[in-house]
Design a protein around this ligand. Structure first.
Ligand SMILES: [Zn+2]
Length: 473
């Protein structure tokens, strides 16, 4: 490689809090525009922001998972700049004492483990949203004031591929730890990236920052585009201009947006309305207790305990709950290949989410597999039962037993053959003897070993007897 490449990321995630960062408005940015707003998040003069304790806790939890030094005292500053979707003309953020700093995280990349340093993790509020429609622009303030956690990495990435892999990994970490849904297409995870290249061994070059990328793939593409562009500039003996650029996803290029501000342009100063936060012992116990195994450890565990290759293990551990589900199935004697076959194959149309896992217990799943092997049920029945359990919110065993019941044409044939055998019963029922009806029901149950669907059998009996009565009348 002719040049060394250095890429750093600024990842923003919405925290999974009920309310916004400094007011009690509901944290639902997707709601009807401008419905989750109040004087605080609209920045009216004289209002007092109050820090969301849950947001602080989630921030410490994530910073802890990123091996950061956790702040013993954390403060909030005002970051001053004008933007139309930010009513206050400043953003409350953290500068001097962020929640966490000097951390690191490991992630799997091309069969190896890569380690990335984390510069800091800081908590801030999101801005509103501008919607451009032809000649006019609209503002939706639902998102203004939503708790936003920013994770700043050191420029430790060397390629677009690596950045893409990391973002997918980080996304999973944010979900595993329960701090964010981290959906990039919904805007609950966003990413800016900075990149510089230089002659080998010369260290960092002049960087450009790229904004407006809403998928890991676009970040990769933008980085590769910039790598090439910087290379062409250096090849021509010129110097790269430090600036902020936008990714244009329609043209697959970046274009200049503005020359980059430095920190002093923002005139950070302590927010006089927000007291210093000092986590107490109970708070820190909660933070430590929230520690979970990160996706790479879980994938390793699946490889080891279920004898899987890494790619398969990664695929089946999209959520922690799902990974645990597979481990449980395996401990109940379900062959892992069969489980994957069912969950990733036959059940593909159903979202294998927490709800699915909740409804179809590992025990029920294991029982169904035994029944399948014994030939008591077939694949079609089981597939239907999965769908039914999921759709009707019932458990799998119930769905299976309902599915096993004989109804429809099969039941009708049994009913008709019985009526031919028992003309006297038909006669008596037609004359109003309802006891004969119970007798016939008993016969049907006997003929089907109790598997006839009772309500269907009863209505078929009375329909067919009515028809016969009309014919004879
Ligand atoms: Zn509000």
């Amino acid at each position: 490689m002719k040049y060394d490449t250095f890429i750093g990321l600024e990842i923003h995630i919405h925290l999974k809090t009920k309310s916004k960062m400094f007011c009690s408005c509901v944290n639902e940015p997707w709601a009807e525009p401008n419905t989750n707003i109040c004087p605080i998040c609209l920045g009216y003069p004289g209002v007092l922001p109050q820090v969301n304790g849950e947001a602080l806790k989630l921030s410490y939890i994530l910073a802890d998972h990123l091996n950061c030094e956790l702040a013993k005292e954390t403060t909030f500053e005002r970051k001053n700049y004008f933007y139309p979707d930010m009513a206050k003309n400043y953003q409350i953020s953290q500068f001097e004492h962020p929640v966490g700093k000097n951390g690191w995280i490991e992630f799997p990349f091309k069969g190896e483990t890569r380690k990335i340093r984390i510069h800091d993790v800081h908590l801030e509020e999101d801005a509103g949203k501008l919607i451009h429609a032809g000649d006019i622009s609209l503002i939706d303030y639902n998102r203004a004031g939503v708790a936003l956690l920013e994770i700043v990495t050191e420029p430790d990435f060397a390629s677009g591929d690596e950045v893409e892999a990391f973002l997918r990994y980080f996304q999973r970490c944010a979900r595993y730890t329960g701090v964010s849904t981290a959906n990039m297409d919904e805007g609950s995870m966003r990413c800016d990236a900075n990149i510089s290249i230089n002659y080998p061994g010369k260290g960092l070059g002049t960087k450009t920052e790229i904004k407006n990328m809403n998928s890991p793939r676009f970040v990769k593409m933008a980085m590769e585009y910039e790598q090439q562009r910087h290379g062409d500039i250096l090849d021509a003996g010129k110097t790269v201009v430090q600036e902020t650029r936008l990714w244009n996803e329609n043209r697959d290029i970046t274009s200049s947006m503005r020359t980059k501000e430095s920190a002093h342009d923002y005139r950070y100063f302590p927010d006089p309305d927000i007291p210093v936060f000092k986590p107490d012992a109970d708070f820190m116990i909660d933070v430590r207790n929230a520690k979970v195994e990160l996706p790479n450890k879980i994938a390793d565990k699946l490889c080891e305990q279920l004898d899987l290759d890494y790619d398969t293990a990664w695929q089946i551990s999209e959520t922690r709950a799902l990974a645990e589900y597979y481990l449980k199935l395996s401990s109940l004697g379900v062959e892992i290949k069969t489980a994957i076959h069912w969950l990733q194959g036959y059940c593909k149309s159903l979202a294998i989410d927490e709800e699915f896992i909740d409804r179809i217990s590992p025990n029920d799943f294991a029982q169904a597999m035994i029944q399948l092997q014994d030939g008591r049920i077939n694949k079609r029945m089981l597939k239907k039962a999965f769908e039914k359990a999921y759709r009707d919110r019932i458990d799998l065993t119930q769905a299976l037993s309902e599915d096993c019941l004989i109804e429809g044409e099969e039941l009708k044939a049994i009913v008709l053959s019985l009526l031919i055998e028992k003309p006297s019963s038909v006669q008596e029922i037609a004359e109003g003897n309802n006891k004969q009806m119970d007798y016939l029901m008993g016969q049907i149950m006997r003929m089907t070993s109790g598997k006839a669907k009772p309500s269907a059998a009863r209505s078929m009996l009375s329909d067919e007897i009515d028809k016969l009565a009309k014919v004879t009348a």
